[in-house]
Design a protein around this ligand. Sequence first.
Ligand code: ADP
Ligand code: MG
Length: 346
Amino acid sequence: MLENKERTELSSLGEFALINHLTEHVELYNTSTKKGIGDDAAVIKYDNEAHTLVSTDMLIEGIHFDLTYVPLKHLGYKSVIVNLSDICAMNAKPKQVTVSIAASSRFSVEALEELYAGILVACKKYNVDLIGGDTTSSQSGLIISITVLGEALPEQIVYRNGAKEKDLLCVSGDLGAAYMGLQLLEREKFVFKDNPNIQPDLDGNDYILERQLKPEARVDVVDILHQLNITPTSMIDVSDGLASELLHLCKQSQVGCELYEDKIPIDIQAYELAREFNLDPTVCALSGGEDYELLFTIPMSDYEKIKDTRQVTVIGHITAKESGVNLIAKSGTSHPITAQGWNAFK
Ligand code: ADP
Ligand code: MG
């Protein structure tokens, strides 16, 4: 990492100079941010009727990311996105983030600059304000903890537990591509370890690599639902794989579900690469993760409103709890869905 590059030791700056250095280009985009970085606490004031939503995610080097193939700028971007996605999954709009980092002496000032460059690109793109954080050292590697704050009217907030029998099950975008991107990067890392002279063969896979390295949060889908005057009955974001998220929704809503295999949206590049890797594309969509799409249910009466929305696909419907959570295969046979989603403790 960062060989042949200018390298300034973290210790040469000290904590306060480092904080100033990393945050000097922070811009604020929201009037609800009354005070950002620079005091003992940030100050926020949302519209009177709005509720505040809060979510936190921690990312640990070696567990959640591998710096051998993830550029720091992408890591910064993605760290923000995964948090914004959680607010979207409540049908709310993300507004502010705090970013806390712990870095070992292996990291230089330039490395953290790269990380922050990615963080600031994400903040700008999504109109989210970086309003604070904490900076400290670590004995091994990099830890990033981000907290996001968001805003929504109480009647618009969507929980995981509201799905009703006969509701339609919908998902935004496509699934499985981020997982295939990871498979591709892992393969190239392996090849590179074996023979460092071989250049990575990543051509023609831009979309799936982008899905892994630079995912997006579906704020656009939250806006579309709002414009269509649809409030989902339940919603969750797809971070651990469709199967795992669907089981969460159904369990919390106390319902069952029929998911149609032939309706699951899978990108053609992801589909073909899965076949090349001898993987079943459906399994990749079900058990891969990190797509950060929105999985939600709507009343059947909203079908006409959503059917022409290209960002959303209807993939199934909600049934009684007793019927269980099932995949209806292309052949027409029914299979119980089990959680094979990514598990941090596996
Ligand atoms: P305190 O001593 O109160 O913890 P700090 O010196 O840690 O304050 O932080 C000073 C200011 O800089 C605060 O507004 C804090 O939120 C902000 N800050 C600290 N670290 C970061 C960081 N990594 N990213 C963004 N803001 C930060
Ligand atoms: Mg502090």
